[in-house]
Write a protein that binds this ligand. Structure first.
Ligand code: ATP
Ligand code: MG
Length: 476
């Protein structure tokens, strides 16, 4: 790192000289100015890291210079130099944003220590600022389509309240992102956001995850564990994949929501918790209720403010912005040269069906950014699936301009099971099953590979195989 540059603005040559000596001895770079005017001009030319500023100067006095400096750069640390007996002015200077002050005659020791602290502090706040910008971009919800605007309006209304929110939508549409945005815009933003993925935690562990346990409460409980609900006290708990909880867990979660208190496993003591609940699922909970898999009373508890996050194919107009956003982020993260997507390529991306929604789009853009050795991505550079636009049967057909909301799998009739489908649910299940079988065949029944191609967690694919009783065919 280069030497920190310190600007000294003082009309007294003797003060400038002595500070020059102190600063250079301490390995700072010294820049001097003999008047306020001169100082302001120097700031713009030399971009100092800190300014030492005399309060009493002929012409423009220190207070005025301070105001002007901060108009130029709010984050520039300014330390005032005051003659004795000007306490009132010093106080005023601190109130106006000076970070500290020195009294004449100057103490070398104090100059050095103060300056070191001030520079350290300003370096930290610069880092914080960068970090904050990076975080904001990570959590930025990109898009301006009417479908997305509807979501954002609901978020805005729900965020300031304590109301339970239920986020519904396909995999990869941005439910988690929306959940975090609600938390960050709520009065609980300063507290924790605790995420629980109900589908990823094995059945026998989920209760202890959620509610905690006392040491020795079951075999293997060698230490006490604080549950997620307790961790989220005064903050927000995000129950992700809430449709995947067992009946038993559902009953316990319902109790916490009703009573706002938890009991650790192996303890009779109840602990009050104050949590805001956001739940999410890509399942149709009403259907799950009908099948007796999800408790209706829990559904009513969760479904206070339902927000449906629409699939990407219902907001294709957001695709160019999303592509640019992910391209920029990938370039920054991996230190790559920025790339453009030419118009035809962008149109192709806009036409594609995006079953894995925004997650699939993000992965595609990332791959292109990393793997394509050109500055401008053309249609030829896109993966074959994407270029052909139409996916192979029996993948559901892409929405047409006449019927933009169509999610109806047109090609699915080819599948014997689908033609017998009576209800919409049966039809959807049959087409999902047919799609999975097709994809598994294409990938030689390699589960990991298939899961990657269709952009779903492996655990989810296993679940589906079980759900639909799909087994590898011998001569498939
Ligand atoms: N509007 C958006 N702008 C920018 N990034 C987005 C947007 N929507 C989603 N993303 C990004 O897409 C990815 C998938 O989003 P997220 O994990 O929130 O989806 P999800 O609905 O929770 O999916 P799943 O049901 O599979 O858990 C994340 O990286 C997220 O940051
Ligand atoms: Mg999610």
């Amino acid at each position: 790192m280069s030497k920190p540059r310190i600007l000294v603005i003082d009309d007294e040559a003797a003060i400038r000289d002595s500070l020059k000596m102190i600063l250079e001895y301490e390995d700072y770079q010294f820049v001097g100015a003999a008047s306020g005017q001169d100082g302001l001009a120097t700031v713009q030319k030399e971009r100092p890291d800190a300014v030492l500023l005399d309060i009493k100067m002929p012409g423009m006095d220190g207070m005025e210079v301070l105001r002007k400096l901060h108009a130029l750069d709010e984050s520039l640390p300014v330390i005032m130099i005051s003659g004795h007996g000007s306490t009132a002015t010093t106080v005023e200077a601190i109130k106006s944003g000076a970070v500290d002050y020195f009294e004449k005659p100057l103490s070398t020791e104090r100059v050095i220590v103060t300056l070191r602290n001030v520079l350290k502090q300003s370096e930290l706040s610069a880092e914080n600022r960068d970090l904050k910008i990076a975080m904001e971009s990570k959590y930025e919800i990109v898009g301006q389509s009417p479908a997305l605007r509807g979501v954002l309006e609901s978020v805005q209304r729900a965020a300031p309240t304590n109301a339970t929110v239920l986020l519904l939508g396909e995999s990869g549409v941005g439910k988690e992102l929306v959940a975090r945005t609600i938390h960050r815009n709520s009065p609980r933003a300063g507290q924790r956001f605790v995420q629980v993925n109900c589908a990823a935690i094995p059945e026998e562990l989920i209760e202890s995850e959620l509610f905690g346990h006392e040491k020795g409460s079951f075999t293997g409980a060698t230490e006490k564990q604080v549950g997620k609900f307790e961790q989220a006290d005064r903050g927000t708990i995000f129950l992700d994949e809430v449709g995947d909880m067992s009946q038993k867990t559902q009953a316990k979660v319902l109790r916490v929501l009703q009573e706002q208190e938890v009991e650790r496993l192996g303890s009779a003591r109840t602990i009050k918790v104050d949590v805001r609940v956001i739940a999410a699922t890509n399942k149709n909970l009403e259907d799950a209720i009908e099948r007796g898999e999800f408790r209706e009373d829990l559904f009513f508890r969760l479904n206070v403010i339902p927000i449906v996050v629409p699939p990407l194919r219902d907001r294709r107009e957001d695709i160019p912005r999303l592509v640019q956003h992910f391209a920029k982020r990938t370039a920054e993260e991996h230190n790559l040269k920025p790339k453009r997507f030419d118009q035809a390529a962008m149109e192709t991306l806009q036409r594609y069906r995006w079953r894995g929604n925004i997650r699939e789009l993000r992965n595609t853009v990332e791959r292109l950014m990393i793997m394509t050795p050109v500055d401008s991505v053309r249609v030829e550079d896109l993966p074959a699936d994407l270029r052909s636009g139409e996916s192979p049967a029996p993948r559901p057909a892409a929405a047409s301009p006449e019927n933009p909301n169509s999610t109806a799998p047109a090609a699915v009739k080819a599948d014997a099971q689908a033609s017998g489908a009576g209800t919409l649910r049966e039809f959807k299940d049959a087409s999902e099953r047919a799609y999975l079988v097709q994809k598994l065949r294409e990938n030689n029944w390699n589960i990991s590979k298939t899961a990657e191609v269709i952009d779903t967690p492996r655990s989810n694919l296993y679940k589906k195989l079980e759900q639909y009783g799909i087994k590898q065919e011998v001569d498939g």
